[in-house]
Design a protein around this ligand. Structure first.
Ligand code: SAM
Length: 254
């Protein structure tokens, strides 16, 4: 993989680095992954700067829905708008370099940051290809307003993508609830990610530079893909490592 950083976890099909995404990405070998599925901090959650820089506990649902257990905060969610745009462009530029020509780089975001992320994808040099909608029927509703119960996956490609890149099609929208049992405040459903990682070919490598609790990695291994993850917080890196070990044990990749 050509990374000059010691992995936090390494197995036959998965590798995890505990560190800052931008720093680790800069060390990674050009063209070494088939797809990037990234779930960065959104730096969202408010109408004004003061709202956005509030703690993630103030901005997002903060407890597990089944046990009511308070979930730990995560870092990197308080960038102001211009900072978020420039930072996103920086790491996306590296993500594109690391992705094989024709490969896909896809980024989760919410309605507030959608324009910034579509700009950053293009500024990084990717060919912007579209926006996949993830509808969360169990999302919060507020009386007298449209529900903001969608998140989005902005996706682009490293240059032209051959029409025969994969022998199947993928969805443009998903209707899937957020997980009721969680260890991370913004944990994504495995069911959703299992379909998304199929944008990499069977046996191919998926990179998630913001691994959180490791959902993308678990999904990648379950679908017979390899996984490379990066997570800055040692607490979540340890959770991801455990999840990867369990997933690899249960369903070895092809
Ligand atoms: C939105 S969460 C990812 C959640 C994950 N998809 C899941 O299902 O659990 C973003 C993660 O990125 C991590 N993070 C924040 N800044 C980072 C950085 N600069 N480099 C690497 N990881 C970072 C946070 O600690 C957090 O766990």
């Amino acid at each position: 993989m050509g990374v000059n950083v010691t992995p936090h976890y390494s197995s036959e099909h998965a590798r995890l680095y505990c560190g800052d995404a931008l720093g680790v990405l800069c060390e990674m070998e050009t063209g070494s992954v088939d797809a990037v599925i990234a779930d960065p901090p959104y730096s969202s959650g408010g109408m004004v700067r003061g709202d956005r820089t509030a703690s993630v506990h103030t901005k997002y649902v903060q407890s597990d829905s089944i046990t009511g257990t308070a979930l730990p905060a995560f870092v990197g969610d308080t960038r102001d708008q211009r900072g978020y745009a420039y930072w996103s462009t920086l790491w996306l530029t590296q993500a594109m370099r690391i992705t094989q020509p024709g490969g896909v780089v896809a980024v989760f975001t919410d309605w507030r940051q959608l324009p910034t992320v579509t700009d950053a994808v293009q500024a990084a040099g990717l060919v912007w290809r579209g926006v996949v909608a993830w509808c969360k029927p169990n999302g919060r509703r507020v009386q007298g307003r449209f529900a903001n119960n969608n998140e989005y996956l902005v996706w682009g490609t490293h240059g032209p993508r051959p029409l025969n890149a994969l022998p199947y099609t993928l969805n443009g929208h998903y209707v899937i609830n957020t997980p009721r049992s969680r260890v991370h405040i913004t944990q994504k459903p495995i069911e959703l990610l299992r379909d998304l990682v199929r944008i990499a070919p069977p046996g191919g490598t998926v990179l998630d530079p913001f691994a959180g609790s490791g959902s993308t990695g678990v999904a990648a291994l379950a679908e017979g893909r390899r996984f490379v993850g990066i997570e800055i917080d040692p607490y979540f890196a340890a959770i991801t490592a455990d999840q990867l070990a369990a997933a690899e044990h249960e369903q070895p990749a092809a």
